[in-house]
Design a protein around this ligand. Sequence first.
Ligand SMILES: [Zn+2]
Length: 294
Amino acid sequence: MHHLNQCPVCYSESLNHAFSCVDYTTTQETFQIQSCNHCSFFFTNPRPADDQLGKYYESKDYISHTNSQKGLFNRVYQLVRNFAIESKFNLVNKLNSNGLILDYGCGTGEFLGYVQKRGRTVLGVEPSDAARQQAIQNHQLNVRSLDQFLEIPDHSASIISLWHVLEHVPNLRETLSKFHRILQDQGHLVIAVPNCSSLDAEIYGPIWAGYDVPRHLWHFTPKTMKALVESEGFNLLTMKGMPFDSFYVSMLSEKYKTGKMNPIRAFFNGLKSNWNARKDSGKTSSVIYIFQKK
Ligand SMILES: [Zn+2]
């Protein structure tokens, strides 16, 4: 296990045990979530050592790395994902219609393949060998490993996107600082992550699926995300909500709680969460943060 003695956002050593969470998808092991007494950042601590993290991704349910069409749940997930891909494309394409789009943690390449089809120059980075090979074969993408990521030249990308990826990245600050170097001046960094200050997180408490320990190492709120990324040389331009995630996360949370998806109750909790966030996208279940390089 790897134990952090300092908050990665503000470097305070005053850390507090917040609550315990169970790894419902793979091992059923319990992990501690700590919070920083100074900046309120929540993170999984201790966490598995970097070379042990791989085994926590070896689950058939871990659909972000597969394309299973089996079961209603996965089919709905795929449908929503296709709709989401189009919205994500429109969002990044509007930020800058020229230059390279780098997708960090591109998985099997569904988003980036679509972006390439729409005529943009793209590059993916993906640590999983299996997912990377699928992205290359299924979508004819140029995808690098983590080692090759370090060789990407400075000032080469106009946009870097991370769709539900930063919460998995062990070396947070090194990675953000490399993004800063890779981006052109005024380039955009687009980061989507679960929001543990959303109403659905409050409703489900420690069983909220957005905690997804130990795969999720960091549990962001708008306040801690802004503090972390701005301290690496970016400005937060705006935040956007991801209203579908509240339903998806509520269904998963219901499954952890009761063994069943309880789609109706999940739907109402998702709706409640979206209603609560109707005037403030910083309150949605997941938030897309749009930063610009200073
Ligand atoms: Zn802190």
